[in-house]
Write a protein that binds this ligand. Structure first.
Ligand SMILES: C[S@@+](CC[C@H](N)C(=O)[O-])C[C@H]1O[C@@H](n2cnc3c(N)ncnc32)[C@H](O)[C@@H]1O
Length: 282
């Protein structure tokens, strides 16, 4: 007799997980993701001693605001990131984004405010890279500028790592040496060499839990929005809605950066194309 492993997911259970996740946060799980989802749910089933995926999902759906719902979303989300990932974005920001913003502001009121948003910040490497780039690009002006970076993610686990701002030696290797010397301090963690982000960088960032497909408790305006390597998990209508909302909370001239595999080709939008995966609000 064939015995079903309790962690094994049936096609019907997979559909149920997909619908639940899509409804909550826009992530589309196609059939190719079935074994990945099974592996990720297996840990939750073991932790809660659930006999089957159905029993687990019944528990999650009985309490949609509960902690296991959060654990499910945490388990499903893919959090891969790195410092200065897709580094041409940071070069563009320093060489064109910041000078362009300063030129637009010359003589205008409110010139001392700079607002950026890392809209799917994962474990923090993206907003910290953003902060280091903006501080360097602002140069001596940085001291007189009110710089704030909003960093949001739906996954609570990654936000805890991001807020701590401590990274293994291997993770900080992609930070350019001059920025590493200026913005990271060596710190031993559990006997291992690690680096902590300095307060100047850490204090510029507010980490918040936010579902991009839900309500946003702010309206901007931002000068720079990084929304990278998350839209790839959303279907086209969700991407279009999201890109439209980003447009509305950018100031004129503000920039949207998307992941290298997330060009807006085929997505209806109002942005002016700048170069691949960089878009400006006219
Ligand atoms: C692959 S990481 C990308 C991190 C970073 N932006 C980068 O490019 O390196 C994708 C992140 O998007 C988050 N995410 C997925 N769906 C989300 C949603 N609906 N709202 C907010 N964040 C979401 C995940 O939790 C994950 O941390």
């Amino acid at each position: 007799m064939l015995v079903r492993d309790e962690c094994e997911i049936t096609p019907a259970e997979f559909r149920r997980v997909s619908e639940l996740v899509h409804r909550h946060c826009g992530i589309s799980l196609n059939d190719g993701k079935m074994s990945l989802v099974q592996a990720r749910l297996a840990k939750r089933l073991r932790a809660g001693r659930f006999g089957t995926v159905t029993a687990y999902l019944d528990h999650v759906q009985a309490d949609p605001g509960g902690s296991e719902f959060t654990e499910l979303i945490d388990a499903i989300s893919t959090n891969l990131t790195s410092f200065f990932r897709e580094d041409d974005h940071f070069r563009y920001l320093a060489d064109h984004g910041v000078p362009g913003m300063l030129a637009r502001r010359r003589g205008a009121a409110g010139g001392a405010r700079v607002r950026a948003w890392s809209a799917a910040c994962s474990t923090g490497e993206e907003p910290y890279s953003l902060a280091m780039t903006l501080l360097d690009a602002l140069g001596p002006k940085a001291g007189s500028v009110d710089l704030k970076i909003l960093a949001t993610d739906i996954c609570t686990r990654v936000l805890r790592t991001a807020e701590a701002g401590v990274y293994d030696e291997a993770r900080v290797r992609s930070v350019p040496p001059d920025k590493r010397a200026r913005y990271l301090r060596p710190e031993r963690q559990g006997g291992r060499a690690a680096f902590k982000v300095v307060p100047e960088v850490r204090d510029a960032i507010r980490f918040r839990h936010l579902n991009l497909t839900g309500a946003w408790p702010f309206a901007g305006p931002f000068q720079f929005i990084f929304c990278r390597n998350v839209m790839i998990y959303f279907d086209k209508p969700t991407q279009e809605r999201l890109v439209g909302r980003f447009y509305d909370c950018l100031e004129p001239g503000g920039l949207l950066f998307t992941g290298h595999s997330e060009s807006l080709t085929g997505v209806a939008h109002r942005f002016r194309y700048v170069q691949p995966t960089i878009y400006a609000r006219p």
